[in-house]
Design a protein around this ligand. Structure first.
Ligand code: ADE
Length: 277
């Protein structure tokens, strides 16, 4: 199905169910990116029924991506085509493979990724840090996020899709705080470098179950493990688990004298609550 042309240009065969004319897309600005890919906010003309112009997200390779990166993106595209519609799973609206590099066109999630969304809505003592004057979240909002993520994952699991990288950074928040599970296309051929942070400071290892980490055994039940970490991320407004986990261990020192005092605990928890990530 796929061919590599002689001029080192990758050529794909269009899938008429998904191919969308590239010239009906206007890229606006970069809204996300990883090591090899980048995501643009864009407008697409006539991509959705009853809408002349829609805001969409377009995922593509970065300029210096390798052929491995290329195939990872193509794999993601093929996988996404097989997933039918669910409110809590990001939807592939179309693709552009003709006359240029592959582009994946997704529905647009207004509020971006859940990790940043939560961090921007922390109740900080320094009110000025809440620059955009964003609405604070209620317990009900947080509960709703957990429920919607579980619904999206239940759906993916029912279709035998394993996410493998479930984390708040890979979950999107759309209008009306609707959750969209995203980035589950990176399913295959991932070689985690367990000991190194990725370029974005991400450490996927913290979300991985022991069997996924040590035996590369990814199952729906290892996604459940990662979901547990996501619950933690939600309850800490986008925090990572190191600070409080270290604190717990500190409290469990065998030698009582090595345990923190309550004053130390108050200081650390205050810092953690109000500003630390
Ligand atoms: N960042 C990555 N994918 C996105 C999407 N579909 N909508 C908004 N922001 C995104």
């Amino acid at each position: 199905l796929y061919m590599e042309s002689t001029e080192e240009q990758w050529k794909l065969v269009a899938d008429e169910r998904f191919e969308f004319p590239r010239n009906r897309i206007r890229l606006k600005k970069v809204i996300g990116g990883g090591a090899f890919g980048q995501v643009f906010a864009a407008t697409a003309t006539g991509i959705m029924d009853g809408e002349t112009e829609s805001t969409v997200a377009v995922k593509m390779l970065k300029e210096h991506a390798s052929s491995d990166d290329f195939w990872t993106l193509v794999d993601e595209m093929d996988l996404l085509k097989k997933i039918d519609k669910h409110l809590n799973v990001i939807r592939l609206l179309g693709c552009c493979v003709l006359n240029g590099p592959p582009w994946l066109i997704f529905e647009y999630a207004l509020h971006g990724n859940l990790q940043t969304f939560l961090r921007n809505r922390r109740r900080s003592r320094d009110a000025y840090l809440n620059v955009e004057n964003l609405e604070f979240l209620t317990h009900k909002d947080l509960a709703s996020f957990t429920y919607q993520i579980a619904k999206g994952m239940e759906f993916l699991a029912s279709r035998k899709f394993i996410h493998r990288d479930l984390a708040a950074r890979n979950i999107l928040v759309a209008e009306h705080n609707i959750i969209k599970i995203s980035d589950f296309g990176l399913a295959r051929n991932i070689n985690y470098d367990y000991y190194r942070k990725t370029s974005g400071g991400r450490e996927p290892v913290k979300w991985m179950s022991p069997e996924a980490l040590f035996d590369r055994c990814h199952t729906t039940q290892s996604d459940v493990w990662s979901f547990g970490i996501v619950l933690w991320e939600i309850m800490t407004y986008g925090g990572t688990h190191t600070p409080v986990y270290n604190l717990m261990r500190h409290c469990w020192q065998t030698n009582p004298a090595e345990r923190p005092t309550f004053t130390e605990l108050v200081g650390k928890l205050d810092y953690w609550l109000t500003r630390a990530s």
